[in-house]
Structures are given as structure tokens and as C-alpha cells.
Ligand binder design. Structure first.
Ligand code: ZN
Ligand code: ZN
Length: 134
């Protein structure tokens, strides 16, 4: 199968995509197959690219390919995921309890850090909730 490589063709990760007009253009990193039209490629454009630079190689069609029609969902998955709060932190010198992913919690010096596995524990000890805990 004759293929072209489109540098930075992937709409998700900006990596190169590989393929042709009939098959589509595939990003191996995202496992997503784009229709050439989605990437602004017409059949003629692809044919021109092929003439310029022919890549002839074995290109096995991946079995689990996500088609670009379902792209909005994939994009969501690629967004940085909200860190899950696993524990709560307080400073020995402070009055507030923070979620483990709170900006302020990261600023507490190690030797001053108190770790609570539940918010209840911290509140029982008299700590007040930071805005990050909700
Ligand atoms: Zn990609
Ligand atoms: Zn906080």
C-alpha cells in the first residue's frame, strides 16, 4: 500500500499521521483514523504528495482503530485528568486542612505535614476546611 506521511497531521497530539486517501490517515499515538477531508486533504493533494515522496511499506491496518467521527469523546480523554484526592494534608503550624492536590498543601514543609486519610479526622482535630475541600 502506498502511503503518505503528513507531519503534524494529528488533530489531537499533533504528531505525524500516515495513510492514504482510501484508507484515511492514521495517528499511531492516538490510535485515531482521520478522514483526509478532516485534515484538509483532497484526493488530488494526496496524489501529488505521493508523487513527490513515495513511501512503500507494509502497512497493516490496526484492528482497533477509533474513527475520527468519534473525536469529541477522544479529545476529552486526552485532557489532563483531575487528580483524585487520596488524602488530606495539614500543616502542624496551620489551621487549615487541604486536599492532597491543593496548591497550598504542596507548600507545606515536609516536617510540618500532617496526613489524614479522611476529612473527618482532620476536622475532629480542629482543622478548618480550605476552599479546596468540597
Ligand atoms: Zn495523535
Ligand atoms: Zn487547600
Amino acid at each position: 500500500m502506498k502511503l503518505i506521511v503528513l507531519e503534524q497531521g494529528c488533530q489531537i497530539c499533533n504528531r505525524a499521521v500516515k495513510g492514504n486517501y482510501e484508507y484515511g490517515l492514521f495517528c499511531a499515538a492516538c490510535n485515531v483514523l482521520f478522514r483526509p477531508e478532516h485534515l484538509g486533504l483532497t484526493k488530488a493533494k494526496i496524489e501529488r504528495m505521493m508523487k513527490k515522496k513515495e513511501i512503500d511499506e507494509k502497512f497493516s491496518v490496526p484492528t482497533t482503530v477509533v474513527h475520527a467521527e468519534t473525536l469529541p469523546e477522544i479529545k476529552k480523554e486526552h485532557e489532563p485528568q483531575k487528580k483524585i484526592i487520596t488524602h488530606f494534608l495539614a500543616s502542624k503550624q496551620g489551621a487549615m486542612v487541604h486536599a492532597s492536590n491543593c496548591f497550598f498543601a504542596k507548600n507545606i514543609r515536609n516536617e510540618n505535614t500532617l496526613v489524614f486519610s479522611s476529612l473527618r479526622d482532620a476536622l475532629d482535630k480542629g482543622y478548618k476546611k480550605c476552599g479546596c475541600v468540597n
